[in-house]
Structures are given as structure tokens and as C-alpha cells.
Design a protein around this ligand. Structure first.
Ligand SMILES: NC(=O)c1ccc[n+]([C@@H]2O[C@H](COP(=O)([O-])OP(=O)(O)OC[C@H]3O[C@@H](n4cnc5c(N)ncnc54)[C@H](OP(=O)(O)O)[C@@H]3O)[C@@H](O)[C@H]2O)c1
Length: 432
């Protein structure tokens, strides 16, 4: 029986795009792809910045330098955007959606900023907008939230969604490296960019937690700033303290429900108990841990980046979009829950780990403990280490309000007895 053809245009042939084209053109996959798409997939064009660059695996006849023409007039059913960046990717996607072309993208920055607007545009024009690869690379977490867990009430989502920072923190934990050495190794091995700020300062993870929260809780994807702390101030000493106390330090992307209508979304490095499933996520791997009211704890784990793994997630979306095209339907975007209210960061509470470089003299402990007490932060455990210039105090608190903790740290920094504040990290509870 003849099957319909779904025409696919691709923008971008870099790490992800080149791997995707290879998958789409692989003759050994043709039958499986046709079966899943209920159509024959035809790649009609691959748009790039520089069409003169040699591109092994991408047939020269498909390469074009005119992405705008492909998005605006190309005879295509599905446009795949794997170029990255906010512009011109946003305009290209918008142009395609306006003429009813379904779009598949891996662009987390764009989806975090304009996801809801573009999803509504897609719906208004009878098209799909899928972006599984935007979070967790090959890990199929967005589809799981969108379909399998659609009826579940989710309490919390915790992601290790940035492979670069997880690689660096794993090297600090297992290899005993300090931050600079671990970052240098990540750069040498291609896990970190020459300018690593988007990863190490948590911007990449922030875009991803916004996307996760939108599917888990129904928050809107629009230009929004959330509480974000990176890993560049995590010191070898803190990693070592955490290890001895039964924790590992991970950069977490956390979206959490508070009561009926409260919601928080943040990115921060935290101490994770070694027996928590997230503690076992090593190197550049990604994982998303979901706590459902009825389902209980669930976790997805896998390669969060890399051309091939990311391309498999893009391919899954293309197959979904193709199947919908053939059935003349499209997925309806999730509804935004406008009863949700952002809980002010200062109101959130957590257990904290605080380390201080202190002056090695009598009376220091009393001055420091008094400061904690004045701000209603109670101490669970304390450890004194080092002597002379290396003298340190490390505390684990009981649950404390973020605002109280911030006031404590601000006052500690003014004490003569305190040379510097080393770290102020949250400790996440078991959850497993
Ligand atoms: N790499 C990963 O592991 C990974 C994982 C998850 C998500 N993603 C996302 O996937 C997307 C692509 O990432 P990547 O690593 O494949 O990027 P990349 O290697 O830098 O490739 C970008 C590709 O897009 C092309 N391009 C850039 N601007 C263009 C424009 N204005 N018009 C036409 N083509 C343009 C480039 O052309 P030239 O080749 O001519 O320069 C290149 O082929 C990004 O949104 C990224 O965030 C990547």
C-alpha cells in the first residue's frame, strides 16, 4: 500500500543537525521510520550559515544558505530548527507555524522565553510544536510529563540537566580536583565551552527548569527571570566536607509546588544525600527526578547532550509530528494554570550547609553561633577544621527560611571573627 510522504526541512547541520540528517537518511532505519511516522520521510533541504563548508554525510544537493526561504516558502510539512539562538530562530519558527508547518526544535533558550506564545500560534494554525530535545538531550522527559504523567499531580521535579556542571562537580568529588582544574579538564574534553558562563552560572539549567515546570505544573513559558546560582564558588573544601558527611554536591534545577497554589522554580548547587538516586548521576549524564502524589518517585537518566543522543530526541518528535500530519490532527498545547503563584524566594525554606573561614582565636564560635540564633536559624551540626589561616567552621542548619539565612550570612560577613564566607548551599531531603 502506498504511504504518504511527509516533507522535512532542517535548519542547522552542526552537532545535532548533522547527526539528525544521518539518522533520517540511514537506509537501515527506513522501514522503522516509515512504520513510526506512517509516512515516508523526505528531507528536502538542510539550511546552514555557510553552505560552502564541507559536510560529510549531508548530501550537497540538499544544502542551502537560505533558511528564511525554507521557513517562509519551502514546500515542507515539518520544519526542524537545530541552529540555536533566539534570533533568527524565533522568527523562522514563527514564519513556519503561521503557514501551518509543524515545527520541531531543540532550542531551550527560545522555548523557555517564547514557548507558550509559539505553542498557541502552532495550535491556531493547526500545527505541532515539539521540543523534546530542549531538556535532557536523549532523555524523553518532556513526552513523559506531557502524556504518561498528564493526570498525575506532581509535587516536585528535580533535574540534573546540565552535563557540563555535573562533569565538573563529579571531577571535584571523585578526582579531588579544585574547580579551576575540573573546568579546564571539561574544556579539554569538549564538555565545556571556551566561555562556560551559560553552563557554570546556571543559565542553561534555568531555561530547562522553566520548561520542566511548564509541563509539570502548567506555568507559562515567557520571558522570566528565576532564582539562579551557579557552581563557580563551590570549593574543593565544600565537596570534601559534603563527601565526609554523606552527600555529593550537584547543580539542581528544582520546580516545586507549595500548598495548593504556590510554586517555586530555581537553580542552585545543593548537597544531595548519597543514597538519593540523583547522587548516582555521574559525569556528563542528565537525570530528572519527579515526585508524583500517587505515582511516587520516578527518575529518568541518560545522555543529556551530544549530537547523536540529542538527534534521537529530535527524530522522535519528527515522527510524532509526521504521524499527526498524516492523521490530519495536531496536539493541543497544555493549558496555563493561572491560579499558580510564585512563592517569593525569601519565603522558601531549606536545610543549609554554611562554611566560614574564621580567625583562629577564642570566642569566635560564640560570636558566630549568636548570629545564627539572632536570625532564628538553628544549627543541626557544627565542625571545626584547620588551624591558623586555614581555620574553618562548617555548619548544617535545621530548616530555615531563605530570608533568615541570607540575613545570617550578611551579618556573619561583618564579624571581625569571620575572614570570609566560603559556601552557603542548600541540602535537599531524601525524597527517595
Ligand atoms: N549539541 C548538543 O549536545 C545539544 C543538546 C541539546 C540541545 N541542543 C540544541 O540544539 C541546537 C543546535 O545545537 P548544535 O550543538 O548542533 O549547534 P552547532 O553545532 O553550533 O550547529 C549550529 C548549526 O546551525 C547553523 N546555523 C546557525 N545559524 C544559522 C542561521 N541563521 N541560518 C541557518 N543555519 C544556521 C550552523 O551553520 P554552519 O554549520 O554553517 O555554521 C550550524 O550548522 C541548539 O539550540 C542547542 O541548544 C544541542
Amino acid at each position: 500500500m502506498a504511504i504518504p510522504t511527509v516533507r522535512v526541512g532542517v535548519i542547522g547541520a552542526g552537532n545535532v543537525g548533522a547527526a539528525l540528517v544521518a539518522l533520517l537518511l540511514d537506509p537501515t532505519r527506513r522501514v522503522a521510520l516509515e512504520d513510526a511516522a506512517t509516512a515516508s520521510l523526505e528531507v528536502v533541504a538542510v539550511a546552514v550559515n555557510d553552505p560552502t563548508k564541507p559536510r560529510p554525510g549531508v548530501p550537497a544537493a540538499l544544502v542551502t544558505g537560505d533558511a528564511a526561504a525554507l521557513a517562509q516558502h519551502g514546500d515542507i510539512d515539518v520544519l526542524v530548527e537545530v541552529a540555536g539562538g533566539l534570533a533568527p530562530a524565533g522568527d523562522l519558527i514563527e514564519a513556519a507555524l503561521r503557514r501551518g508547518v509543524s515545527v520541531v526544535t531543540a532550542n531551550k533558550a527560545l522555548m523557555a522565553q517564547r514557548g507558550t506564545e509559539l505553542a498557541r500560534l502552532a495550535h491556531a494554525h493547526g500545527a505541532d510544536l515539539f521540543y523534546e530535545a530542549a531538556v535532557g538531550g536523549a532523555v524523553p522527559i518532556l513526552r513523559a510529563l506531557r502524556t504518561s504523567l498528564a493526570g498525575e499531580r506532581i509535587e516536585r521535579v528535580i533535574g540534573i540537566v546540565n552535563g557540563t556542571t555535573n562533569f565538573i562537580l563529579s571531577k571535584m568529588t571523585d578526582g579531588g580536583l579544585d574547580y579551576d582544574a575540573a573546568l579546564a579538564e571539561a574544556q579539554e574534553r569538549g564538555f565545556a565551552e571556551a566561555d562556560p558562563r551559560a553552563d557554570v552560572e546556571g543559565f542553561d539549567a534555568a531555561a530547562k527548569v522553566l520548561i520542566l515546570a511548564s509541563l509539570a505544573f502548567g506555568t507559562e513559558l515567557r520571558d522570566e527571570t528565576i532564582s539562579r546560582e551557579g557552581i563557580s564558588s563551590v570549593r574543593a573544601f565544600d565537596v570534601d566536607f559534603a563527601r565526609k558527611a554523606g552527600y555529593v554536591i550537584k547543580l539542581l534545577a528544582v520546580a516545586q509546588r507549595h500548598g495548593e497554589h504556590g510554586l517555586s522554580r530555581s537553580v542552585y548547587p545543593a548537597l544531595v544525600p548519597v543514597d538519593h538516586p540523583l547522587a548516582a548521576v555521574h559525569g556528563a549524564m542528565n537525570a530528572v527526578f519527579v515526585e508524583g502524589t500517587v505515582a511516587g518517585p520516578l527518575m529518568w537518566l541518560g545522555p543529556g547532550a551530544g549530537g547523536g543522543p540529542t538527534a534521537t530526541a529530535v527524530l522522535g518528535d519528527i515522527l510524532d509530528a509526521a504521524r499527526n500530519r498524516v492523521a490530519q490532527r495536531h496536539d493541543v498545547p497544555f493549558l496555563v494554570d493561572d491560579t499558580l503563584e510564585r512563592v517569593p524566594a525569601g519565603e522558601l525554606s531549606s536545610v543549609y550547609y554554611v562554611s566560614l573561614d574564621v580567625v583562629d582565636q577564642p570566642g569566635v564560635l560564640a560570636a558566630v553561633a549568636g548570629t545564627f540564633a539572632r536570625h532564628h536559624v538553628s544549627i543541626q551540626s557544627m565542625e571545626q577544621s584547620g588551624v591558623g589561616e586555614e581555620a574553618r567552621l562548617s555548619f548544617v542548619t535545621h530548616h530555615a527560611r531563605e530570608a533568615d539565612m541570607a540575613a545570617t550570612v550578611a551579618e556573619l560577613a561583618t564579624l571581625e571573627a569571620v575572614d570570609s564566607i566560603g559556601a552557603r548551599l542548600r541540602v535537599i531531603d531524601g525524597g527517595a
